[in-house]
Design a protein around this ligand. Sequence first.
Ligand SMILES: *Cc1c(COP(=O)(O)O)cnc(C)c1O
Length: 485
Amino acid sequence: MDLKNKILQLQKDSSALEPSPEERKETLAAVSAYTDDFLNRLPNIPAFENNHDESKPISDFIPKEETYSIEELLEVLKATVDSTGLNAASGGHLGYIPGGGIYYSALADYMADVSNRYAGIYYSNPGAVRIENMMIQWMCSLAGFPKNSAGYLSSGGSMANLSAIVTARDTKKIKAAEIEKSVIYLSHQAHHSIDKAIRIAGLNEAILRFIPLDEYYRIKPNLLKTQIEEDIKSGLKPFLVIGAAGTTDVGAIDPLEEIGNIAQQFNLWFHVDAAYGGFFLLTEEGKAKMKGIETADSVTMDPHKGLFLPYGSGALIVKDAQALAHAHHYQANYMQDAKYAMDELSPAELSPELTKHFRGLRMWLPLMLIGTKPFAAALEEKLLLAQYFYKEIQKIKDFEVGNAPDLSVVTYRFAPQGTSESELNELNEALLKEIQNDGRVFISSTLLNNKFTLRLAVLSFRTHLHTIDLLIDLLKAKSKKLSEL
Ligand SMILES: *Cc1c(COP(=O)(O)O)cnc(C)c1O
């Protein structure tokens, strides 16, 4: 075969990459029927199915020349993915930090994937980059950041925290030689992604000062200040303090304003991890509780938590746009065309990524279609559901609670009188297993002062009053059963 014919043959052999209009229609109809069925069944399917079965046929489905029909594939996905483990789309997901997955975002993703517009650089697609920057500006305004702030939509809170720490390191000029003398202030309640980010950022040898917490698990600002002063006196270089607006564990909000003032006084970068709590800024109560967030240099927010978007949506906002740009700057000869159009900062200039998913569309489309009000209402509902649970759980025999919820996390445990601490730990673990085995709702646990403690985290937009009432009923029945054993 000559070269031309060979090329034409390959064109034919690869033609399945572009389905015909009929094939598109059929496949889309099958997928759409599948997702509709999922959403219609969702209120009645478990939040947790402890049924992972390695013998299921997914392992046969490896890339090879042989093909399958969409129906076969949907069936195997239903069996191995969409009906096992934790159902993160369920309103019964009340553990860890629940996710969301609003439908309009899925449609936006579909459009973004089909057109595959390049949202990394303004020059390549001014509209897409502008949409992403508008979403960032909206988050900046929620946090009370000035108009010329910047940021980027990340894959999640972990990436956002990493970028924030790298930006702090870069801005405060922490060079390799002085890492061992550099000090980072944080709390034992900080999310583990912070610790991970510190190591990835090459700051493993920096000094970490875990500031003692008050009874509400909030950083004690006076102790933070004393520690910084001591460190300066002994010739160390404090450069970063990290607070939380809603810790993952108990939902605590650090005293942001006081920490912000201290950070400013000593010229420290102040990062607020609001991955979980950030979007409660859409509510009056959340705004009041997070007062002082505007004093931060950078804030992490997770739209795939508090804005109910599908997984893969985090965000970092930074007050000093140039600081963020400097920490992530690049130079490449083959990018010279793109460099000519600097009307607007681009994600590629503000983040570790270059080629990326057009994440802005899955946030923008639902906000445009339904407006901000339903989001604010859902978030306020979550705050009130947590308060309702906190009140109701105390009415059940032998339950004790932690602090009143700052946001939408409540800690509690079953504590019948005359039971030893180690027995209480076992009892609560058994209670957790009972709830998980029932599966209609999913809760998780934590260790607080070495006590096995149950957690309620309300953040799914599908969690409503009846979900919380179901959990209360289950806790009542299962704890009764356990005490009768
Ligand atoms: C969830 C969470 C993170 C990590 O975010 P991912 O989106 O899971 O990467 C960081 N900090 C806090 C407070 C969180 O709740």
